[in-house]
Design a protein around this ligand. Structure first.
Ligand code: FAD
Ligand code: SF4
Ligand code: SF4
Length: 458
């Protein structure tokens, strides 16, 4: 290998488990770079003076600097550079949509492949340890509601600054979507456990099975703490509103994935929560949630899985890598199709999904092509299970119980530039503010909110 920068035009591929092996279990699909592979990939980076990769990363990680540390064989220094801007490198390296963020305009893409920034970030996160240095005690207490990436990041930053932090989570496990939504084959739960153990070592306290707004009121929490961070996400499924939606074996993707990821239905016997996938599965939607549901259904033993999406492949919001993995694993796609009716056998079981054929029109103001039904063109897909993955919104149980909290028309929490809500000392971030977004945007908000809380309490 030539040690000069940028000589190697094409990426060092990351090793993957073979399809025939991986579709029978929930083990991770992609392996981490070895030290040598990471160094070779790092040596491809041109160390641009005005790096577009940094501009395109939502939290502006100093990408050339951390890559240079890897090229020098020094991942233990690289981690320090990454942590200045992103507290969750092992998670983001795996799940960020790099192709539309940091890697999109990488200079190396002009002559070959972009630098594999996400894979390098994951390498650093997986192979190094973070320092546990809690700050000097401030004698002030902060409550954090929810335990997704926004909350975990906010908790970590505040604990490092010396605040006493307590996290309240409605579910019996910690991590939000990282735990119950994104499957093991994309994000092993030990990666998340490592993050949470790190926070525990920093002194963060966690309480599970606490649905704030029901188990305890928001006002009780507000009275006991000096500031509050709201990171309750957007976990409520949107419904299809078509006939047949109430049949047995019609699931929202969130319920389907929660039963698998959180309740471990694939270990039925060891765990008490079965999920029977006994025939053809149809998944409706075109995002990461749809890909996760489809690939999980295959692993649960579905003889066939078809994804129905109303636009074309180009318009799918899912990560390119996830679509490619789904295709490799045998997931089929029906593009330009929209569900009309779920048909049953008269005894509550699903037998098919009736779909409307669509066509694409001109791009809308956001650049996405609109779609129209083609009159009279319908078709039917055989199905024993239908999974709805058309989108998520905020759950209002807590939000509507918080007197004086301003929400916008979509039910998202309104915040100012410091992420403070309309209630003094109450900050919010992640999906509850942005609507269903991404892990790195949630983590970025968590970090920004921690700084604002620190300022507010100083
Ligand atoms: P969440 O992760 O939603 O966490 C919120 C937490 O708050 C939950 O644990 C919830 O139980 C808890 N909570 C809610 N209400 C209360 C209450 N009243 N009291 C106590 N606790 C409460 N993003 C990517 O960047 N890449 C991906 O590949 C990707 N894949 C995804 C796949 C799936 C299946 C899903 C659903 C989302 C995916 N996303 C992905 C989006 C990403 O996971 C979210 O944007 C991110 O998790 C939002 O983080 P958050 O901290 O705001 O909220
Ligand atoms: Fe890229 Fe995400 Fe890492 Fe930013 S956080 S450098 S977007 S992988
Ligand atoms: Fe390296 Fe690409 Fe960033 Fe340039 S744009 S510094 S080549 S990663």
């Amino acid at each position: 290998m030539n040690e000069r920068r940028g000589v190697q035009k094409y990426k060092i591929p990351v090793r993957q488990r073979p399809v025939e092996e991986r579709i029978h279990d929930f083990g991770e699909v992609e392996l981490v770079y070895s030290s040598e592979e990471a160094r070779k990939e790092a040596l491809r980076c041109l160390q641009c003076k005005n790096p577009p990769c940094v501009e395109d990363c939502p939290v502006h990680i100093k990408i050339p600097q951390f890559i240079q540390k890897i090229a020098e064989g020094n991942p233990h220094e690289a981690i320090g550079v990454i942590l200045e801007d992103n507290p969750l490198p092992s998670v983001c390296g795996r799940v960020c949509p790099q192709e539309v963020q940091c890697q999109k305009r990488c200079t190396m893409a002009r002559v070959g492949d972009p630098i594999q920034i996400g894979k390098l970030e994951r390498f650093v996160g997986d192979t190094t340890e973070k320092n546990v240095i809690p700050g000097d005690k401030k004698g002030k207490r902060v409550a954090i509601i929810g335990s997704g990436p926004a909350s975990l990041t906010c908790a970590g930053e505040l604990a490092r600054l010396g605040y006493e932090v307590e996290v309240f989570e409605a579910l019996h496990g910690l991590g939000g979507v990282l735990l119950y939504g994104i499957p093991e084959f994309r994000l092993p739960k030990m990666v998340l456990e490592r993050e949470i153990n790190y926070l525990k070592a920093l002194g963060v306290a966690f309480q599970t099975n606490v649905l704030v707004g029901r188990t305890v009121t928001f006002e009780e929490i507000r009275r006991q703490f000096d500031a509050v961070f709201l990171g309750t996400g957007a976990g409520l499924p949107k419904y299809l509103h078509i006939p047949g939606e109430n049949l047995r074996d019609v699931f929202s993707a969130n319920e389907f994935l929660t039963r698998i990821n959180l309740m471990k239905s694939y270990h039925f016997g060891e765990y008490d929560t079965p999920l029977e996938v006994k025939g053809e599965v149809v998944v409706i939607g075109g995002g990461n949630v749809a890909m996760d549901a489809a690939r999980s259904a295959l692993r649960m033993g579905a003889p066939s899985v078809t994804v129905v999406y109303r636009r074309g492949r180009e318009e799918m919001p899912a990560r390119i890598e996830e679509i490619a993995h789904a295709e490799e694993e045998g997931v089929r796609f029906e593009f330009l199709a929209s569900p009309l009716r779920i048909e049953g056998d008269g005894e509550g079981n699903v037998v098919s999904l009736l779909c409307q054929r669509m066509r694409l029109g001109e791009p809308d103001e956001k650049g996405r092509r609109c779609f129209f039904p083609i009159e009279g063109e319908t078709f039917s897909l055989s199905a024993r299970m239908v999974i709805n993955a058309i989108g998520l919104e905020t759950n209002r149980i807590l939000l509507e119980s918080m007197e004086g909290l301003a929400l916008d028309a979509k039910g998202h929490v309104v915040v100012d530039e410091t992420l403070q809500t309309s209630l003094q000392g109450v900050f919010a971030g992640g999906d509850v503010v942005l609507g269903a977004a991404t892990v790195i945007l949630a983590a970025g908000h968590g970090k920004q909110a921690a700084r604002s809380i620190h300022q507010f309490l100083s």
